[in-house]
Write a protein that binds this ligand. Structure first.
Ligand SMILES: [Zn+2]
Ligand SMILES: [Zn+2]
Length: 317
């Protein structure tokens, strides 16, 4: 089968053998999405060799349990051992022996087929089309914020960054009824937010208010985004870190101690609620789609996704 192979910071389209794992389902990919993590893997921020991709919707073509065959599915990207201390204590996404689809020791989804244990699979409701279902993983990641902290309707919440993940975070935070403002760099990012009734705020206004923000979500993954988020948070506020940073970042931790800031890292989230929010059309991620490419043109798709301000690029086998 054709697949996007990453090795030594180089991606290439290769012919590889179709994966077969006796205790996992074989999934035919219908659509896969390029996310910032994929672009960072290509730049070599994390070591990985193999097939890239973790955002997908597909169809089960082989499984030990026939009831899965023919089902349209999305899949949790962390494959866990269910035996280590993290797994046994309800933190499976932190499994000490985990492999992660297209990220850690497990071939991913920019290919004709991939495999996952059926325990990772979620059936996609018929009313959720492929171009929506392919966003389940990033939408779940956005929802992890609400899983981790209680956002009150009285909270002033600032979201810094309105890229691929930021747009989904904005749409889900808006559902909490909090007083939300978003710092968005590009005009089309701002327009997308406004179309959903979400208020945009200029960077300078976000830190010029006489009051500061109860919760700030950092979704730029850039040191300047972090600096802005740090300036904007009130004492004893919560700073949610939703993006990884390239290399190391220097931070004035004394001021964080003095202001008693809570800093919270946030990663993978719940698929069930993500599918439900799309089924009820409370969240519509399809507005993020910038381009769709065939798998044969995957290298072009990666170039397009790396251009500044481009939101979601999809790849279809
Ligand atoms: Zn991703
Ligand atoms: Zn484990």
């Amino acid at each position: 089968m054709k697949a996007v192979w990453l090795e030594n910071n180089q991606i290439s389209l290769q012919d590889v053998s179709t994966p077969r794992k006796p205790d996992e389902a074989l999934i035919k990919i219908r659509k896969a999405g390029i996310c910032s993590t994929d672009l960072e893997l290509v730049k070599g921020y994390y070591p990985y060799t193999g097939i890239l991709g973790h955002e997908f919707v597909g169809e089960v073509v082989e499984a030990q349990d026939d009831s899965w065959i023919g089902q349209r599915v999305v899949g949790d990207i962390n494959v866990v051992c269910n035996q280590c201390e993290q797994c046994l204590n309800g933190r499976p996404t932190h499994c000490e022996h985990r492999t992660v689809l297209g990220i850690v020791n497990r071939d991913g989804t920019f290919a004709e087929f991939t495999t996952l244990p059926v325990a990772n699979l979620h059936r996609v409701p018929d009313s959720v089309p492929d171009e929506m279902a392919v966003f389940t993983e990033p939408l779940a990641a956005a929802l992890e914020i609400q899983n981790q902290i209680n956002i009150k309707p009285t909270d002033r919440v600032l979201l810094v960054g309105a890229g691929r993940l930021g747009q989904l975070i904005a749409q889900t935070l808006a559902l909490t009824g909090c007083d939300l403002r978003v710092v968005a760099r590009h005009a089309h990012q701002q327009n997308l937010l406004k179309a959903h009734g979400i208020k945009v705020i200029a960077e300078e206004d976000a830190i010029a208010q006489p009051w500061r923000w109860d919760i700030v979500v950092e979704a730029t993954g850039s040191p300047s985004g972090f600096t802005l988020a740090r300036k904007a948070i009130r004492p004893r506020g919560t700073l949610v870190m939703k993006s990884t940073y390239k290399g190391e970042m220097s931070v004035n931790f004394s001021s964080i101690v003095v202001d008693e800031i809570n800093i919270m890292g946030s990663r993978c989230g719940p698929f069930g609620p993500a599918l439900r929010l799309m089924e009820s059309r409370q969240v519509d991620p399809t507005v993020l789609i910038a381009h769709e490419f065939k798998l044969e043109e995957a290298l072009k798709a990666f170039e397009r996704a790396a251009e500044t301000g481009v939101l979601k690029v999809l790849v279809e086998p």
